[in-house]
Design a protein around this ligand. Structure first.
Ligand code: PYC
Length: 313
């Protein structure tokens, strides 16, 4: 029998589970440790981020000692199907969890990820800002012919993960239509995979993002719907997806450095975003709140048929 201590939180409705476990992932760069995690500890991902112990929307986080003494920690994110590069809502959840555990105080904290360092600020009111990795538009106006849907136009952009952001058709994004939105975004991703469209360095475009009018123009600039790699949709406005959107707005000259963009999710939660230009690179900052929802022990009993999650057979 194995037990794992976890702290659960949600950021704008999207769950994060920090697994309180020391793992031997070596002392190499975070990208190397992520590969080791995949090879040696995939059972932890499956046991913590799939049914029956988690909803399929769960993002897990394992903390690892930083390579840089100026950083507070390193973190590897993963979900119901694989590891992630960065995770914006997850990073806000990790910072809120560290604050809950009294491991950090309000202020700035460098955190290492497999795709680069981010600078998190824990504000006095408990909100968290994440200065993300540099983000950019990779392909503009890429038209796809999506079976069953016809012509779709969008951009490919990076915000710590790879995204295809749909520009047309224009959509009304309503929470009650989420099953249909999932079908549409999955069909887009299938088309991208079939046509072998990738991000830079053959990065798989595993997140698909739709845009529409916000519930109120006073509350937000736009509303989104984001398909995540494991087939679920992001309940939050998606930190890396909002970063990718910011990179496109900046490339189009529609958002100036420092200007605020308020991104609403399909559930109505909001991230505030802006960017700085650093050596001509777009560096987005995302601000939001996370709430700790549970501190618990997961029990992994080898006699349990689903001890390591429900597997496809
Ligand atoms: O907030 O970046 C994010 C994210 C990625 C997948 C789910 N959430």
């Amino acid at each position: 029998m194995t037990t794992l201590s976890v702290v659960d939180s949600h950021t704008g409705g999207e769950p994060t589970r920090v697994i309180d476990q020391d793992l031997d992932l070596g002392t190499g760069p975070l990208a190397q440790r992520r590969t080791l995690f995949q090879e040696k500890f995939d059972w932890i991902r499956r046991a913590t981020c799939t049914e029956p112990r988690a909803s399929e929307a769960m993002v897990g986080a394992i903390l690892t000692p930083p390579t840089n003494p100026l950083a507070v920690t390193g973190v590897i994110f993963f979900n119901n199907v694989d590891v992630l590069g960065m995770c914006g809502h997850g990073m806000i959840g990790v910072v809120a969890t560290l604050a809950y555990q009294r491991k950090i105080q309000p202020g700035k904290h460098r955190i290492e990820t497999p795709v680069g360092d981010v600078l998190a600020t824990l504000h006095e009111n408990g909100e968290v800002s994440v200065r993300n990795v540099p983000s950019y538009r990779h392909l503009a106006d890429l038209e796809l012919n999506v079976p069953g849907y016809g012509s779709v136009m969008g951009d490919v952009a990076y915000g710590g993960n790879w995204f295809y952001l749909v520009k047309s058709p224009a959509m009304t994004l309503s929470y009650s239509d989420r099953d249909e939105l999932l079908r549409f975004t999955k069909a887009i991703r299938h088309t991208l995979d079939k046509q072998k469209v990738t991000g830079a360095h053959e990065g798989r475009i595993d997140h698909i993002e739709l845009y529409g009018q916000p519930s109120s123009e006073l509350a937000a600039n736009s509303r989104n719907f984001v398909l995540c790699p494991g087939g679920e949709y992001d309940r939050s406005p998606c930190g890396t997806g909002t970063s990718a959107k910011i990179a496109i707005l900046a490339a189009e000259g529609k958002l100036a450095p420092g200007q605020i963009w308020r991104q609403e999710s399909i559930t109505g939660s909001i991230f505030q975003a802006s960017y700085d230009l650093v050596d001509d690179q777009i560096v987005p900052t995302i601000r939001g709140s996370a709430y700790v929802t549970a501190v618990s022990q997961l029990i992994i009993n080898p006699a349990d048929q689903f001890a390591f999650g429900i597997q496809a057979r």
